[in-house]
Each structure stands twice: as C-alpha cells, then as structure tokens.
Design a protein around this ligand. Sequence first.
Ligand code: SF4
Length: 339
Amino acid sequence: MNAPAPNPKLPAAKRLDLPLLKVENLVKRFPIKGGLFSRVVDHVHAVDGVSFELAAGETLGVVGESGCGKSTTGRCVLRLIEPTSGEVTFAGRSVTGAGKTELRALARDMQIIFQDPYASLNPRMTVGAIIGEALTIHKLTKTPGEYHERIVQLLETVGLAADHMRRFPHEFSGGQRQRIGIARALAVRPKLIVCDEAVSALDVSIQAQVINLLEDLRSQFDLSYVFIAHDLSVVEHISHRVAVMYLGRIVEIAPSKALYTNPLHPYTEALMSAVPIPDPSIKRKRIPLQGDVPSPIHPPQGCHFHTRCPIAKHPLCSTEQPMLKQSGEGHWVACHLRG
Ligand code: SF4
C-alpha cells in the first residue's frame, strides 16, 4: 500500500492568525476482506492525502462526484470515522491525537448535519427530546425551565415554532426536518459544522431557504462550515472558498469568485460546464466527461483524472501525481499543464 505524497503546503484560509481547522495529509483507506479467513485483500482509497485550512467564520465548499471522498473527509475531520493517517487540528488542539474525554469535549465545538434529515432523526423521540439530548449529555442547562427555554429558543432560531417540540419527526416536511437537524447541531453552540450534503435531498426552493438560514446562522453565531455537496451550483453562494475533489484528492481549491470565473483544472471545468445558467441567452459549452469514475480500489497511476481528462497530453499525466501548486491569490491546482 503506497502512501500518497504529502502536499508541500496547505491551501490556506485568508485570515491565518490561527486557522480554526487544519487538515494535513489526511488519508482514509477502507480494508476489503475476502477469502476463507477473511483476510484483508485490498483497500478502498477513499481519501488520499487531503490538506486544507479553514478560518473562523469561513465556509469551505467541498464538491465532487459521488465516491470522491468528500463525505469521508468530513467524517474523518470529526473522527466519526478513524483516519488511516494524517493530522487534524482544531483551534490548536489535536483531533487525531485526542483521547475519549478530549474527543467528547471537541464534539461540543464540531458538529455535523447529515444529508437525510429523516434517517438522522430518531422517529421515536419528540423534536424537543432530539434537540435536548445534547444539552443533557453536555450538561448545558441547570434546571428543567432553562432546558425548555433553550429548546424553544433553538426552534425559533431555525424558523420553527415552540409547540413543534412535542411533535415527532414524521409530522414534518423534509425542509423542516433539516431545520430540526440544524437546531440539534446548534444546541451545543459549536464553532464548526460539517454540512454533509445537508441540502442535497431537498427541493431546489427549499434548498435555497436552508442555505439562507445556514448563512444567517453563520453570521449570527460566527460559525464556520465545511459545506459538502456534489453540485457546484449548490455551494456557489454559501462558500468563501471551494475545494474540488476527485478520487480522494483535492484537485483545485480557490476563493469562490476565482473558481467560478476562472476554473483551472479540467475536471472543475467539466463540472462547471454542467451548471445551469438562469439566463437562456448565455450559452455555455458543455464539456462531457468520458467514461466512469475509476475504481477507488485501484485508482489510476499518475494523475487520477488522466483516464477521463480531455487534455491529458503531458507525458507525466499517466506516471506522476500532480501536486497542488499555487496559481493565484489562494488559488491552487493539481495539474501538470495548468497553473
Ligand atoms: Fe489532465 Fe494531465 Fe492535468 Fe491530470 S495532470 S488534469 S491528466 S492534463
């Protein structure tokens, strides 16, 4: 099993006094077992040397096709999944080196909102009990009155009503259920929320409402988000910077404006060409991606994208992994021909 080459530098957040989150060369490989004795016969290379920094109050969009490792990255950052190697630091504290007690304390600062709001809410618990669970675990309220008041406050913060606390998740629409998930994440007053495809299952109009709510909450509570989505158009308005992932690696990371106006990586260009433009008079040339995403069990040698890249003409494309290199203010790209 070859370890991925480390990235020379971290694509950094703008306000760099002390990054809130620092991810260095994160790797996650899932073992595949087989044979008579269930031995490890191979590995899925889910995350393959991901590095980035996130400033307080910043939103980093993470985009890529299904199976590119974006959700696994988000979960490894929170240690919901144990990384194979790499370092995660939150506000100067090591997440990857944390023991059980430290990890529990860190969980107060780092929360997650899941894609499927229905599956992530216990159908047998009332909304009040779901939101209040974390208040109890972390002993955040002293009296029943304070507990009740805090739940009402959280429901109202996410645009729900106080009397919703007595109802069950199935009595709500998809958008409302996601608001309950947001209230649950906010209960512990976190500093970072990983939004793992948090709006992907919602209708477009509801997506916009939830994104606006998340944006308001970010300003109100000085939150930072790692906002994971498979669609570039979804992350455009909420993200300060966007990282594009392909087969476990970040292939481009840049401030939103730079990425949307001047994408450098051929994969980003192809994703961008599929984003619908509201103005029908503007025509955009579609760049179709050839073939399927290669297997993450045996990813291609060299640039992982070379089997589908429309411009893979460099002799190194199929032999040498391109490292992220800086090509403009905060704009990094991993391509032998670009940047
Ligand atoms: Fe395409 Fe080569 Fe650049 Fe990879 S390194 S994106 S294969 S041109």
